[in-house]
Design a protein around this ligand. Structure first.
Ligand code: PMP
Length: 385
């Protein structure tokens, strides 16, 4: 029966040949399984062993503003930003979070006035990351409220603007759009890494969010970090995490530190031993996938993709246009609901309305395993027929 065959791909390894036609490929989430093969090759040098007596205490470094942050993770983050040149760490406090998702909520808590007459407005330019409205409002907080598309915002009132650059879902480099003087900015730089975008300058903003989920692909470790200029804000963010989860898993922090150090090492080795660095590997894979996706889309009149200006990356010296972690695909012509249309062809994506945009658009993950990506590029041109 058809329904029996429709197992989703996310929970399994490569399918049998006879299942392929009816296999549902799930490209809704940005699950970064694409990186698995690189880390398999480095399995030995990146394995972390933990004994039962280790990491028992709640505390990591009582002299740090973020007292539950492992010093080894602080060093690994600082080193990696220096190696890549994508963010200033001097004069910053680093706050670790259970993913950058927790840090987003910690930042909202820290930046919203505790006794405001009404909740603080939170905006981001559409199309915006679909989790922002959900994470801002799910507790119906008196502190902050989702106020939608930053382009539509009446800037008379105080606000927090999320600037996501490169942007999820469409991959473009962004700056703030509200022109008011009552705003506070949070820069979400989850994708400001050289496999996705040319690095132009070390980012130098007041609050910057990063995550291992998209930089190295270790989404399951749930580790993110914030680089925060103002000590009081870093303290309040730490307080939020203290109240929310009394810190962040040390086991995860130590694993993340090991992986970030391995990435920095691979960049050093590349120069010394001519080994492929993590960013070289991931850049080539993203470039290859985008080439194949564009070829597939160009074979049909049904779809279009954004195009990006070419710029030179200060990290790699390569000149290229963005290679986003998601494809922001538009259904051209008569199809008004691109998500449902692709679902009929057994491709699960996330429709434009989740991002404050038209349902003519869908967001498709570019970070899946090879065979899922291959099925996508085979199915898109076949829809013409
Ligand atoms: N910000 C953006 C722009 C993202 O795309 C994501 C992941 N999809 C996150 C934050 C959350 O990442 P994490 O896994 O670190 O919570």
């Amino acid at each position: 029966k058809r329904s029996k065959l429709q197992a989703t791909t996310s929970s399994r390894l490569a399918p049998d040949v006879w299942e392929i036609q009816s296999l549902v490929i799930n490209l809704d989430h940005g699950d970064p399984t694409m990186y698995e093969s690189f880390w398999k090759q480095r399995a030995e040098e990146t394995t972390v062993m933990t004994s039962s007596w280790q990491h028992i205490s709640y505390f990591s470094d009582v002299n740090n503003v973020c007292w539950f942050m492992e010093p080894g993770l602080v060093s690994a983050i600082t080193r990696l930003h220096k190696v890549v040149g994508n963010a200033v760490t001097e004069g910053r406090h680093i706050v670790v979070g259970t993913g950058s998702s927790q840090l987003y909520q910690a930042a909202l808590y820290a930046l919203s006035p505790p006794n405001g007459s009404s909740p603080m407005n939170v905006v981001s330019a559409a199309p915006f990351y679909s989790s922002y409205p959900l994470m801002t409002d799910y507790l119906k907080s008196g502190l902050h409220k989702w106020a939608g598309d930053a382009y539509e915002f009446n800037n008379e009132e105080p606000y927090i603007e999320l600037v996501t650059s490169p942007n999820n879902p469409d991959g473009f480099t962004r700056q703030e759009v509200v022109k008011g003087d009552k705003g506070i900015l949070i820069h979400d730089l989850a994708y400001y890494w050289p496999q996705y975008t040319p690095i132009l300058l070390p980012a130098d903003y007041d609050i910057m969010l990063f995550t291992v989920s998209k930089s190295t692909g270790h989404a399951g470790s749930r580790i993110g970090w914030a680089l925060v200029k103002d000590r009081e804000i870093a303290k309040k963010m730490t307080t939020f995490i203290e109240i929310n989860t009394i810190g962040v898993s040390k086991d995860s922090q130590i694993r993340a530190a090991k992986i970030l150090q391995a990435v920095s090492d691979s960049c050093d080795h590349e120069n010394q031993k001519e080994e492929e660095s993590f960013f070289d590997y991931s850049f080539k894979l993203m470039a290859e996938r985008w080439k194949k996706l564009r070829e597939a889309v160009n074979k049909t009149e049904l779809f279009s993709l954004p195009s990006f200006p070419q710029e030179t990356c200060s990290f790699s010296g390569r000149t290229f246009g963005q290679l986003p972690a998601f494809a922001w695909l538009k259904c051209e012509g008569e199809v008004d609901d691109c998500e449902s249309f692709l679902r009929l062809h057994n491709i699960v994506t996330r429709g434009g309305k989740h991002f404050g945009a038209s349902m003519k658009y869908v967001r498709i993950s570019m970070l899946s395993r090879d065979y899922e990506f291959k099925l996508l590029t085979e199915r898109l041109p076949a829809m013409n027929k």
